[in-house]
Design a protein around this ligand. Structure first.
Ligand code: SF4
Length: 328
């Protein structure tokens, strides 16, 4: 079947992925491959704007790539690569920065948020983050970028930068990417409060062992009003029940919904059932991950091959860009 165009998406090298990453992004990445030519980039340069130490960058990149591949990203058709392996992006970033107004960058809510988060490290790269992001997208002539509703303004800004460039140099060489709205599931961590994240240590890793997974599930915060075993619970406000809805059968979901409310089901048994279903769901992923990890040099090969294929597209674009600017 002919594909509809090219999709680009980037993600920071955060190491082993967790359920939140999977439900929020990776499964979309996998599904998009059926309709689009996909370019998935591990944005290590972006990571430098916020990381304090780089000693884990390589390992984190390896682990994340392994998770993507085990989850179903097909490197024979999809380009999977590391941002810094295609240096043309730095050059394009510089050109795009000349058509981006400083005031617009400082006004962006995401920049202001970062300034609040890391007041001692408000670096130049942090300010230019949206410009580098635009360079990532347009370097690969991407037609479509999958984003959740809350990220749509970022892409609108990228489109603005593209329009400024094309207007300034009277060209059509850069393509304005279109937004593809995707349903980004927000997964709450085992603390029952915050979005699942590694830094908050409220996550469940995809590659964890069955025993580790069960341990994390047993730590999940439930309906806080259900203090004793005989107290009826409210599944509507319980994160364990939210997870059942994702990983348990229809009959089990109905049973939990009913028996929690009458206290016929206790939280320990409810969590054990969830852990069992979660482990069953993750078993094929873990088997595949172990198999890929046992192939010596496989992940490195995928990333090298991805960079080569990405470089071919990038070089063509950057030549067109230099010509449009009329560089001597
Ligand atoms: S029985 Fe299950 S759904 Fe009900 S409060 Fe306990 S863990 Fe949550």
């Amino acid at each position: 079947m002919a594909k509809k165009g090219r999709v680009f998406s980037g993600a920071r090298p955060t190491g082993r992925q967790h359920l939140g990453n999977y439900l929020g992004a990776i499964r979309n990445y996998v599904a998009l491959q059926d309709e689009y030519d996909c370019v998935y980039c591990i944005v290590d340069i972006h990571a430098l704007t916020t990381v304090e130490t780089t000693e884990n960058l390589k390992q984190n990149t390896y682990e994340m790539t392994l998770d993507w591949l085990a989850a179903g990203i097909r490197p024979e058709e999809t380009i999977v690569f590391v941002q810094s392996h295609v240096p043309q992006v730095m050059e394009l970033h510089t050109y795009l920065s000349m058509v981006t107004q400083f005031g617009k960058l400082t006004d962006l809510p995401t920049f202001k948020e970062k300034v609040r988060q890391q007041p001692d490290n408000v670096n130049y790269g942090l300010l230019g983050y949206p410009v580098l992001m635009t360079a990532d997208i347009v370097l690969y002539k991407s037609d479509v970028v999958p984003v959740g509703i809350d990220q749509a303004p970022h892409l609108e800004f990228a489109r603005e930068i593209v329009r400024s460039f094309n207007f300034r140099y009277k060209t059509k060489v850069l393509i304005e990417p279109q937004v593809k709205h995707t349903e980004v599931l927000k997964v709450i961590g085992i603390d029952g409060k915050e979005k699942m994240s590694k830094s908050l240590d409220n996550h469940i890793e995809l590659a964890a062992t069955p025993a580790e997974t069960e341990k994390r599930v047993m730590q999940m915060v439930t309906d806080p009003a259900r203090i004793r075993r005989m107290d009826p619970g409210n599944p509507d406000i319980c994160n364990v029940f939210s997870m059942h809805k994702l990983f348990s059968s229809a009959d089990e979901i109905t049973m939990v919904d009913r028996d929690c409310r009458t206290a016929a089901l206790g939280c320990v048994d409810c969590k054990k059932l969830l852990a069992r279903n979660l482990n069953k769901h993750l078993e094929p992923f873990r088997t595949r991950r172990a198999e890929l990890a046992s192939r010596s040099g496989y992940v490195e090969h995928v990333l090298n091959d991805g960079a080569k294929r990405a470089c071919v597209i990038a070089e063509k674009t950057i030549e067109e860009v230099r010509e449009a600017i009329q560089l001597p």
